[in-house]
Design a protein around this ligand. Structure first.
Ligand SMILES: C[S@@+](CC[C@H](N)C(=O)[O-])C[C@H]1O[C@@H](n2cnc3c(N)ncnc32)[C@H](O)[C@@H]1O
Length: 255
């Protein structure tokens, strides 16, 4: 029986994986990778059999229980199996289900963290996550929308910067617009909103809007949306893209 490594590929570019992740890929017999993982990333695993799982554009997603079975079967037949997932392997994917399947099968595994989307976006736009923040998935596929609305209101009232993952999809076209409506009820109109699309990939695009003007159509499935707090500011630059930052210092009496 082999060992499984659940490895984070980072946000896209092949050199944004950890050194440990790349080194372990080099030892892999089998790599089960997200279909959208940057192809150059697979060059780290020259000897491995590569199997794409999950969603490709325009295709249906592989059922999670089938992926779990593929990982377990690979570990029963090979020494080193890598499950390569975008960003951090355990964040807003269904890696908990993969981990539980490995636990149930009694297979040894290790998690190798990766750079998650909000950090890749933040690095491109300045320091929007420089003070207290939270991350929320806007997908209501596996949790009720009423819970998401409640959490958005509470974290906005608490003054946290909010990183929104899974803001829209073909099946979830209205949720981000509704989220902006809720946040506009609680937050000042001029709070900066960052639309960080495809950070670390060739088609990367970063845009900044005021909350009052933020439009859901500015985001797609490859976008992480960062909504500032009342402390978040924009540095306007003449010849370079503007920067967004949230200072560590918060004055007495602020929410
Ligand atoms: C299912 S979640 C997976 C998150 C991933 N595990 C991570 O840690 O980044 C997919 C969402 O992550 C965000 N995302 C992933 N890669 C991104 C990138 N390179 N730039 C911006 N957002 C990204 C988008 O919000 C996307 O809808």
């Amino acid at each position: 029986m082999g060992k499984v490594y659940l490895i984070g590929a980072g946000p896209g570019a092949a050199d944004l994986i950890t050194v440990r992740g790349a080194r372990l890929l080099g030892t892999a017999d089998v790599v089960l990778h997200d279909a959208l993982v940057e192809p150059a990333m697979l060059d780290y695993a020259p000897h491995a059999r590569k199997i794409a799982v999950g969603k490709r554009c325009g295709q249906r997603s592989t059922a999670q229980h089938f992926i779990n079975k593929q990982i377990v079967d690979a570990a029963l037949a090979h020494d080193v199996v890598v499950r390569l997932k975008g960003g951090d392997p355990m964040l807003f994917g269904r890696a908990d289900e993969e981990m539980r399947a490995l636990e149930e099968a009694g297979i040894d595994y290790e998690v190798v963290p990766g750079i998650t989307a909000m950090l890749a976006v933040a690095a491109r736009i300045g320091a929007p996550l420089g003070h207290d923040f939270c991350a929320i998935s806007l997908s209501d596929n596996l949790k009720p929308w009423s819970l998401i609305e409640n959490r958005l209101r509470l974290v906005a009232e608490a003054g946290l910067v909010i990183a929104l993952y899974n803001p829209v999809s073909k099946a979830r076209p209205w949720q981000l617009g509704k989220a902006f409506d809720i946040l506009r009820e609680v937050l000042p109109a001029d709070i900066p909103v960052v639309f960080g699309r495809a950070a670390g990939r060739p088609d990367e695009r970063m845009t900044i809007a005021r909350l009052a003007d933020a439009e859901a159509s500015s985001a797609d499935m490859a976008t992480c949306v960062i909504i500032g707090s009342a402390e978040t500011r924009v540095i306007v630059r003449e010849t370079k893209p503007d920067l967004v930052y949230t200072p560590r210092f918060v004055k007495e009496g602020a929410r």
